[in-house]
Design a binder for this molecule. Structure first.
Ligand SMILES: *[C@@H]1O[C@H](CO)[C@@H](O)[C@H](O)[C@H]1NC(C)=O
Ligand SMILES: *[C@@H]1O[C@H](CO)[C@@H](O)[C@H](O)[C@H]1NC(C)=O
Length: 512
């Protein structure tokens, strides 16, 4: 039988991946990299977000246009507040579309509620696609569980993207199962071993797995777990050379394919792209030149880089301990502080004095810093990190060992992976998760802790040398994974093939 016009179009056009990131920097940056990875391999990638977030992805759009990649940003209007008397008690300030804009803990819930109301607009977008660009697969952030019902209604297969390590995600599933059987102690501080792990992992309720686990988020968390169970598979930003046994166990625990396609940060980055990554201001390139010039003057491997991700904000009490710790370590340092952390005259004066005392061996960057360019620079020999997974994998991809200072969510488990399993980190000894992201009065880590951990990491003892060697090896493996023939490269080839072949049937009945 002669092929119909439809099937000719279907087979001659590439598969179309519709990516739906969560509106938070640590979630959008890897998804934007993933979109580029997919598009560079000839498949179509659409990143669905809202206008404020779309503006931040300008660098990605320009890059795609320049390289003629089939990538586009879809900006759905940000949903208006629900009708009065409805679910929302607190109304979001206008223009708040990203978690990093939140300065008040009470705004998290209304932001999540608003994001959930994108279901209707997303469905309309998917249905409006012409035959040649019919969605083949939705890849949605684990937290965007509202996409599950949309995918079912439209008949498109759905993968979830979960940002953390597979080590974390495996713990998360195993703890959830243990909790169902009443095996998790009630006491917040009682340690227990996570069941079903191929290595011994001890956690407490405070340091154990946690996404969407704040009071008020119960329904969201339950929905996210359910959306995970009903998905067609998972996409993760890791690679087999880093945590193969956990990828394999996670795949078994989930009972569906886990596509390890990382490190996403190694996507064909030109200098300009690295400068603007996760940053919407044109000053990115200038700042990068200044930082690079400073690093160029330092000895190879001598500088410790300190940065704590895009969300957590330190009050002066804790901030000053970080600064004094870096100073007391005696090592050259490059430290990123948030504008909001040094906004008060007291903090400004303190920082000015620190910069004077450490002139020549300390550089403080206020606001945003070109993290990938810094990690790729030969002068950088260590990274003091909050253990967000993007930071950890970026550091490993560049062969840089870490000082670990986890704050919340998956970070305590990422610390365990990198320190205890991978042997490429030193813990600062932060035992307890802060209760609040912002304005937490607690001083959890003292200057002596920072100075000790930095000295250990940057020192020249046998243990320090061993950590550096491990990190270097992970860096080499990371690059091999994303090259032609590497595990991440070939997994992506297969992913694109599968959705090219099967992803388009009206029922979305995927055969993997
Ligand atoms: C990497 O980017 C450059 C410049 O944009 C482009 O010429 C090249 O083809 C890209 N390589 C791959 C493998 O996509
Ligand atoms: C990814 O590649 C590895 C081998 O490199 C393979 O064992 C694994 O099954 C692949 N994953 C998927 C989901 O196809």
């Amino acid at each position: 039988m002669a092929p119909t016009e439809d099937s000719i179009i279907a087979t001659s056009s590439p598969p179309h991946f519709v990516l739906v990131p969560l509106a938070a920097p640590g979630h959008m940056i890897p998804m934007a990299d993933l979109a580029l990875l997919i598009a560079e391999r000839g498949a179509r990638a659409s990143l669905v977000t809202t206008p404020v977030n779309a503006a931040r992805l300008r660098g990605v759009v320009e890059r795609a246009r320049h390289a003629k990649l089939p990538l586009e940003i879809v900006a759905l209007p940000f949903p208006p507040p629900a009708a009065a008397g409805d679910e929302d008690d607190v109304v979001l300030p206008p223009g708040f579309e990203n978690i990093d804009q939140i300065k008040d803990n009470s705004h998290f819930l209304p932001l999540f509620q608003a994001i959930h109301r994108l279901a209707g607009p997303l469905e309309a977008y998917l249905r409006a696609q012409p035959q040649a660009r019919r969605p083949s697969c939705i890849v949605a952030d684990w937290c965007n569980s509202w996409t599950a019902a949309v995918a079912t209604r439209v008949g498109v297969p759905r993968l979830f993207f979960h940002g953390p390590s597979c080590f974390y995600s495996l713990c998360d599933i195993n703890v959830a199962t243990a909790a169902e059987h009443g095996l998790v102690p009630e006491d917040e501080s009682e340690a227990y071993a996570v069941p079903g792990m191929p290595v011994r992992v001890e956690v407490t309720k405070a340091t154990g797995p946690g996404f969407l686990n704040s009071p008020g988020f119960e329904a969201f968390q339950e929905e996210a777990m359910e959306a995970m169970r009903t998905a067609d598979g998972a996409v993760v930003n890791t690679f087999l050379g880093l945590e193969e046994q956990f990828v394999a166990c996670y795949e078994t625990a989930l009972g569906k394919p886990v596509w390890a396609l990382g490190p996403f940060c190694l996507v064909n980055n030109s200098r300009q792209d690295v400068a603007s990554r996760g940053h919407d201001e044109s000053s990115g390139a200038d700042l990068q030149s200044a930082v690079t010039a400073w690093l160029d003057a330092m000895e190879p491997g001598s500088v410790v880089y300190a940065s704590f991700g895009s969300l957590a904000r330190k009050l002066p009490g804790q901030l000053f301990e970080v600064g004094h710790g870096l100073e007391d370590s005696g090592k050259p340092f490059l430290w990123v502080v948030k504008e909001s952390e040094v906004a008060s005259p007291e903090a400004q004066a303190w920082l000015d004095a620190l910069e004077t005392r450490t002139a020549g061996r300390g550089l403080v960057v206020r606001g945003w810093a070109p993290q990938l360019a810094i990690l790729a620079h030969g002068a950088v020999g260590g990274f003091v990190t909050h253990c967000g997974w993007n930071s950890v994998i970026e550091s490993m991809a560049h062969g840089v060992p870490v000082v670990t200072w986890p704050h919340f969510a998956d970070q305590f488990l990422n610390e365990k992976l990198v320190v205890d399993v991978l042997g490429a980190g030193v813990s600062v000894g932060a035992a307890v998760a802060p209760v609040k992201l912002f304005d937490d009065e607690a001083v959890l880590v003292l200057r002596g802790d920072v100075a000790r951990a930095v000295s250990e990491l940057m020192g020249d003892g046998e243990a320090a040398e061993e950590r550096r060697k491990k990190a270097r090896e992970f860096g080499e493996r990371a690059h091999r994974a994303v090259e032609k023939g590497g595990s991440s490269y070939e997994n992506l080839t297969r992913l694109i093939q599968i959705f090219g072949e099967n992803g388009r049937s009206p029922q979305g009945n995927l055969k993997l």
